[in-house]
Design a binder for this molecule. Structure first.
Ligand code: NAD
Length: 456
């Protein structure tokens, strides 16, 4: 362990052990610090996001800064209620007594962020960890270096520097951090690295929240409003150039409307391509990867391939009927390419989803409540949005997380507070009365009485 990492963790542990971070006033001050950080440095952060990812300023404000501000404001407004003792009932054999659940901060936690929403995915988990009263290290992504540097500079100015530390670095640094004994790790990133994180955490039996990726299916039923569906899917696939964990990955559309829907989708994507400013693909490697997905899919491409290498901007492409074993249908796309596959029926769409790894999100466009109920009951996904895409992730009162290979655990709002708290059960009994019949040997009368009282 390098002396830096050791000293950082030792310092955080000392702060946590002092009890300072558990204090609700301290927590609220930190949460306000996060709001001040994003509001007072709006331009600086937008510039860093433009430098790293060419993010259009309004997209970045909406999906990064405003989202963090909303999470922090929601936590400030609800913290008093979340942090309260929760009364629990006491069974007859344990009476007289009081029982409650007392949320308690976990300790010193590690937050590892990816590059695609590098402000939001570093600071929204920090909001959760701070609301629960923890000390922490935040490790931003090295693939968004300007944002990482901005966070390293700003966080100590706005948050208690003895309780929140930013450690910048790549795989070596993360590996070193992961070797330490944390009280919780929240990792956002790929399923592949999620496995590395969980393996490292297992050595210390550290609990993990894994916010991972995957292929989020979008089902378009024959009774959907096809134009609106196409526009919303096109928006979800082009915002951040499709580099969104919850982006609609591919579309399953009922055969009878497939031709009309696919035409609308191509038109909408072309319109976004021509009229809206585009985010860059993060680096050359990912650009090569996306171009690779377009080779050998065996389907029909709608919209011309067009890549501006200098600015790393890739135009959206619809791929009709790709081969199901081709990489574009096997790997998370994470870019502006969208396969469209016809299915005979909603049942066939459900079977298609069920035959594949459980996704982070599932989208359904339909006008029918029966279809809605069938899809909700018979498929598994981290979250669902009906008749839109992505928006379920910005509702602070909904937990956000995956299932199976798309992740475990959740955060946002109360779910984030719970993730970073130990819900400690407490039972308190008076010392008097201290009836002798409550100890062995239990008389026949006591045994009979208890069995009656417990309705055995
Ligand atoms: P990534 O897994 O490559 O990297 C994430 C973080 O892990 C980075 O901080 C990186 O430094 C670190 N890291 C990378 N390799 C490592 C290794 N071998 N050992 C230890 N640490 C390592 O992910 P990414 O490319 O930054 O992000 C894209 C992925 O993240 C996609 O799969 C996407 O779906 C997923 N994602 C999920 C969510 C969510 O909320 N569920 C949000 C955004 C992105």
């Amino acid at each position: 362990m390098s002396t830096d990492v050791a000293a950082t963790i030792e310092g955080l542990r000392a702060t946590f052990d002092s009890g300072r971070t558990a204090d609700l006033t301290w927590r609220k001050r930190q949460l306000q610090g996060i709001i001040d950080l994003v509001k007072q440095n709006e331009q600086l952060l937008l510039d860093a996001l433009a430098q790293d990812l060419g993010k259009p300023p309004f997209d970045a404000w909406l999906a990064e800064l405003n989202m963090v501000k909303d999470e922090a404001a929601h936590a400030i407004a609800h913290l008093g209620g979340w942090a309260k003792r929760e009364k629990a009932s006491v069974p007859v054999v344990t009476q007289p007594a009081k029982a409650w659940i007392e949320p308690q901060p976990l300790g010193v936690v590690l937050i590892i962020a990816p590059w695609n929403y590098p402000v939001q995915l570093a600071l929204a988990p920090a909001v959760a960890a701070l609301s629960a009263g923890n000390a922490m290290v935040i490790k931003p992504s090295e693939l968004a270096p300007a944002t990482s540097a901005a966070l390293a500079e700003l966080v100590p100015r706005y948050l208690d520097p003895d309780a929140v530390r930013v450690v910048e670095g790549a795989v070596d640094t993360t590996t070193e951090l992961l070797a330490q004994a944390w009280d919780h790790i929240l990792f956002t990133g790929s399923t592949q690295v999620g496995r590395v994180v969980m393996e490292a955490a297992a050595k210390h039996l550290t609990p993990v929240t894994l916010e991972l990726g995957g292929k989020s299916p979008t089902i378009v039923a024959a009774d959907a409003d096809l134009k609106v569906a196409a526009k919303r899917i096109a928006w979800g696939k082009t915002i951040n150039a499709g580099q969104t964990c919850t982006a609609p990955d591919f579309v399953l559309v009922e055969s009878k409307v497939a031709a009309a829907f696919t035409q609308h989708l191509s038109d909408e994507l072309a319109s976004f391509r021509d009229k809206a400013p585009a985010t860059s693909i993060v680096n050359e490697r990912h650009l090569d990867r996306l171009e690779g997905l377009l080779d050998g899919h065996g389907g029909e491409e709608l919209l011309p391939r067009k890549t501006d290498r200098a600015n790393r901007v890739m135009a959206p492409v619809v791929v009709r009927e790709p081969e199901l074993d081709s990489p574009i249908m096997q790997e998370e796309i994470f870019g502006p390419l969208i396969p469209v596959i016809e299915v005979e029926s909603i049942d066939a769409a459900i079977d298609f989803v069920k035959a594949r790894p459980r996704p982070l999100a599932l989208y359904l466009f339909t006008g029918s409540e029966a279809t809605e109920r069938a899809v909700l009951a018979r498929t598994h996904a981290g979250s669902v949005c009906i008749n839109h895409v992505l928006y379920q992730a910005v509702v602070t009162s909904l937990p956000f997380g995956g299932i199976g290979p798309s992740g475990m655990g959740a955060y946002h709002g109360k779910a984030g507070f719970d993730t970073f708290s130990h819900r400690k059960p407490v039972l308190k009994r008076p010392t008097r009365p201290d009836a002798s019949f409550a100890y062995p040997p239990y008389s026949a009368v006591v045994q009979k009485l208890l069995k009656t009282l417990t309705r055995w």
